[in-house]
Design a binder for this molecule. Structure first.
Ligand SMILES: Cc1cc2nc3c(=O)[nH]c(=O)nc-3n(C[C@H](O)[C@H](O)[C@H](O)COP(=O)(O)OP(=O)(O)OC[C@H]3O[C@@H](n4cnc5c(N)ncnc54)[C@H](O)[C@@H]3O)c2cc1C
Ligand code: SF4
Length: 342
């Protein structure tokens, strides 16, 4: 770890001001915002991130950590802790995929420390990214190549990759946010804006060092998840190498609204398999207006992985991915119908 200076932001305006040299999730940005620290400190200790200054968001917590359900939806402050949100009775009852994705992530200690905003901005677990003794990593060292392409890539993505980077997005909660069509609120030097969560993360596009569409200095302040029948009948399924304290090798979130025996509306998203949190619209189209039979679920699983490409060690995801989607669909089907009217 290298020397750095530390500042505590007393309010949001000061956080934006002090944080204006933060990049768009870039590894080499000279200033980093500090929330729970569970991603940031790790990467600083590994010498992967070497900021000159940390801007601690801790003093903003009283204003930015509320959990506020209403008839329209769920408002979550970006500094709310993962554990608090996962344990909230309204989240569990009306947005179960959200609660499950948080509960299945990391460990109890980490969930007690880590915040929602930090969670969606966590970095890839690609071991070449996390070990600076490997020269070739376009995400850490732009233009240097990608060691994973010809190296060990068992945990890497099969969707949304290009030759500049095949890293997988590692988080769980973002996958549930995609299926529940969340929005994210930001405040930065040019003011505040709200955008669909689906547009927060970028594809690599030859520049994997830019991971998000955050502008320099922008702070994530909140998430909003609209209330709906399908949010109430939602599920998050996570497949991993061991049953706790492990990242997903495949995951799927499903939000389902039935009309009798037919699928009225459905949202499906994937984790552990894609470069960024991934919505599987092709799979949704396969099921809409049809009965949710095992055969139709299998067809949707295949559609969800359409265009996927393995890189050798991760070829197994081409089989595991569709199976994970089928499992999530069957679990959603087995849930009782939503009690909401609309
Ligand atoms: C051993 C281990 C296992 C894990 N397992 C899982 C798992 O199974 N599933 C899973 O989903 N996650 C897992 N995680 C990741 C963990 O969930 C994240 O580290 C955590 O959510 C990050 O939140 P934080 O508040 O600690 O972020 P920090 O480390 O404080 O920040 C992370 C990044 O986000 C930026 N940032 C933070 N808050 C804001 C904000 N409000 N606005 C703008 N930028 C911000 C910071 O500048 C930093 O770059 C694991 C982590 C560890 C260490
Ligand atoms: S997959 Fe991405 S993060 Fe991993 S070595 Fe290649 S460029 Fe770096």
């Amino acid at each position: 770890m290298r020397p750095f200076s530390y500042a505590r932001a007393t309010d949001l305006a000061q956080a934006v001001h002090l944080g204006r040299q933060t990049g768009q999730g870039q590894t080499d940005a000279p200033v980093q915002l500090l929330a729970g620290g569970t991603t940031l400190y790790d990467l600083m200790k590994l010498d992967v991130m070497v900021p000159d200054r940390l801007v601690d968001l801790g003093p903003l917590r009283p204003k930015l950590s509320s959990i506020t359900p209403s008839a329209e939806g769920l408002h979550l402050g970006a500094l709310a802790k993962m554990a608090h949100v996962a344990a909230h009775p309204v989240v569990q009852a009306d947005y179960p995929a959200l609660a499950q994705s948080l509960q299945l992530a990391a460990s109890a200690q980490l969930r007690n420390m880590a915040t929602l905003g930090g969670n969606v901005l966590q970095r890839t677990r690609c071991s070449y990214f996390r070990d600076p003794t490997w020269a070739a990593c376009n995400k850490r060292n732009p233009g240097s190549g990608c060691a994973a392409l010809t190296g060990f890539n068992r945990n890497h993505a099969v969707l949304g990759t290009d030759s500049s980077c095949i890293a997988q997005y590692p988080g769980d909660w973002a996958v549930a946010l995609m299926a529940l069509e969340a929005d994210v609120s930001l405040t930065g030097p040019l003011g505040s804006r709200r955008l669909p969560f689906a547009s927060l993360h970028r594809l690599a596009g030859g520049q994997p060092q830019f991971e998000t569409n955050l502008q320099p200095g922008e702070v994530i302040t909140a998430f909003f998840i609209p209330a709906s029948k399908r949010a109430q009948r939602s599920v998050y399924v996570k497949v991993r190498d061991r049953t706790s304290y492990e990242f997903a090798i495949a995951s799927a979130a499903v939000a389902l609204e039935m009309d009798g025996d037919l699928v009225r509306q459905i949202r499906i998203s994937l984790g552990g398999m894609a470069y960024r949190p991934w919505r599987a619209e092709g799979a949704e189209a396969v099921l809409t207006g049809k009965p949710l039979t095992e055969a139709n679920a299998e067809a949707a699983g295949r559609a969800a992985l359409a265009g996927a490409a393995g890189h050798g060690h991760n070829d197994y995801k081409l089989t595991l991915g569709p199976q994970t989607v089928v499992r999530a669909l069957m679990q959603a089907k087995a849930l009782p119908p939503a009690s909401r009217k609309a």
